[in-house]
Design a protein around this ligand. Structure first.
Ligand SMILES: [Zn+2]
Length: 558
């Protein structure tokens, strides 16, 4: 059992700028266990003491970890005890790239169109329309044309028949296309003759030339001008409350808001103050807001254990699910299509330099190998011109790699956040990339072999956030139909757990605070119905989450 000595070590870490002196000092003084979890099969993710039976908790922190005998000896009359009944305990999972606050408010106010047929989707829209005043918008999200049984995308006729008296707006799960009904087009002043805006497309039926309902990329702005896009402050807070419960249910105790804005930061603080925030949020700030943040003296790390300012976010190239990531070799079956670069290298450098000099971490969306190369060149230049110790540059997604890129990522100490659940959940999209390229995508094996601390990341809503699904996807590289994609990148269950816990903590400079079950760290953990180490890899996703704890409080009890 480790206790006092580790506290003192951590106190030392706290003194040089880590995150937790006051509470730690309090706990050290008191040493009275409020709660002891015992009789467990505990995987600590602490190399010095990987297995344990019991954990003592006080003031939201871990007071002791060890054998039942050692830890139960710390019990005082007021200590609550919970017998884990040999259940498996892991550190709480850290989703290092997701959009939870933004997804939460959509779950609150929009129709979840993650359904398997057009009939099911139109029925859900009709139901919402019945509860919505005529003329008000009916909005949906998470629609995925590759996941319905109909073999065709949603058409304007489907939407007009289901919801004639309300304008309808539906976002594709990937976030780059939308689908609307005729009333929405009328409100936006769009007809068959409206020209495509720069960088966007208004789709037409190839035979009749009529609008087919779909708008791509920058054409979405034509509808955004007329639909309600702002939510109330209450809605934003409610959204965090709602998504908090969804994440807690799956064992997530921390998440990064990867495209955050000052509004999201406010929503997190509001939810935290109301006692509704159930995960620790690392809130990125989009580069468009960076000037005002720097002017206010804000930089990465400001905040507390629950709400913290994260990296400045930029976007280098396009998406994997919608085939706009910038690649060096063309997409399968589209010999001239290499994807797109969203921001120019010089622009990435200018914003990057500003943030870097002001002490910000930088996180840049870079999916394709060309996007990653471009982003690395910017980071290497920043580091050469203004070296900073431990900058922890992040490569958001970092999907398609090669050996040269991996070597540069390792040399820079940069952190990739590859999609964790795509192989399993989005298997039907993998054919666009081909088997050879798949062996260089979501490349956890390559990253870990090079000593790179890649993380677990869902990118929800585009990807599913369930950590047990991430484990299965990363360990088996197999989709729901049994197809294997990129088997060379398989990792072990134990590695996948590290990726989903301590690596995520490192990505936000919080490896002294969380990511493993060690004395002095926050009591963030998950109790599982079965042990992933003993599970057949093809059923990892079915392991039930029985309880989740964040900061010593149960955030989910099944
Ligand atoms: Zn994202």
């Amino acid at each position: 059992m480790r206790k006092r000595r580790e506290f003192l070590e951590l106190m030392g870490a706290a003194a040089v700028g880590a995150c937790f002196p006051a509470e730690l000092a309090w706990a050290l003084e008191q040493e009275k266990a409020e709660l002891i979890l015992h009789g467990g099969n505990i995987w600590t993710v602490n190399a010095r003491e990987p297995r344990a039976e019991a954990i003592a908790i006080a003031r939201g922190r871990i007071l002791a970890v060890g054998s039942d005998a050692d830890v139960l000896a710390l019990a005082v009359p007021t200590t609550k005890r919970i017998d884990l009944g040999k259940k498996t305990v892991l550190p709480g999972f850290i989703d290092a790239h997701s959009h939870p606050a933004q997804a939460g408010v959509m779950h609150l106010r929009m129709v979840d169109c993650d359904l398997r047929s057009i009939t099911a989707i139109t029925a859900a829209l009709r139901e919402r329309a019945a509860k919505t005043a005529a003329g008000d918008w009916v909005m949906g999200f998470k629609y995925d044309d590759t996941k319905t049984s109909d073999g065709r995308p949603l058409a304007i006729g489907d939407l007009d028949a289901a919801v004639p008296d309300h304008p309808v707006y539906i976002q594709h799960r990937g976030g780059h296309t939308i689908y609307c009904n005729s009333l929405a087009f009328r409100k936006a002043g769009i007809d068959e003759k409206t020209p495509d805006p720069a960088g966007g497309r208004i789709d037409h039926d190839p035979v009749t030339g009529k609008l087919n309902g779909r708008l791509a990329e920058s054409a979405q702005a034509l509808i955004d001008r007329v639909r309600p896009t702002a939510f109330t402050r209450d809605d934003q807070r409610e959204g965090v409350k709602l998504i908090s419960k969804m994440l807690a249910k799956t064992g997530i105790t921390s998440a990064t808001e990867a495209q955050g804005t000052p509004t999201d930061l406010q929503a997190y603080q509001d939810a935290r103050d109301a006692g509704e925030l159930l995960y620790r949020a690392y809130c990125f700030i989009n580069y468009r807001h960076i000037d005002s943040m720097i002017a206010a003296g804000v930089r990465t790390g400001l905040g507390d254990e629950w709400v913290r300012v994260g990296a400045m976010k930029m976007v280098c190239d396009g998406s994997i699910s919608e085939r706009t990531a910038r690649l060096s070799t063309a997409y399968e079956g589209r010999p001239k299509d290499f994807g797109i670069l969203v921001m120019k290298e010089e622009e990435l450098y200018e914003y990057g330099r500003k943030a870097h000099l002001a002490g910000w971490q930088i996180g840049t969306h870079a999916n394709g190998d060309v996007g990653i190369d471009t982003t690395l060149r910017v980071y290497e230049r920043l580091q050469k011109e203004s070296p900073r110790r431990d900058a922890r540059y992040r490569l958001e997604h970092c999907t398609v790699i090669n050996d040269g890129l991996v070597a540069r990522i390792a040399a820079l100490g940069a952190i990739p956040t590859p999609f964790s659940t795509y192989v399993y959940y989005h298997g039907e999209k993998m054919k666009y990339y081909g088997p050879e390229r798949l062996n260089h995508m979501f490349a956890l094996r390559s990253f870990l072999d090079a000593g790179i601390r890649a993380t677990q990341a869902s990118d929800y809503p585009p990807g599913e956030f369930v950590p047990m699904m991430a484990l299965q996807s990363e360990v088996t590289r197999t989709d729901t139909k049994g197809n294997v994609w990129g088997p060379k990148q398989k990792i072990s269950v134990e590695e996948a757990i590290r990726v989903g816990t301590i690596h995520g903590a490192y990505a936000s400079f919080e490896e002294n605070l969380k990511g493993s079950l060690e004395v002095g760290k926050v009591a963030d953990l998950v109790v599982l119905g079965r042990d992933p180490m003993k599970e057949e890899p093809s059923t990892l996703v079915t392991i039930p989450v029985e309880r989740t704890m964040a900061g010593g409080r149960w955030t989910f009890e099944g």
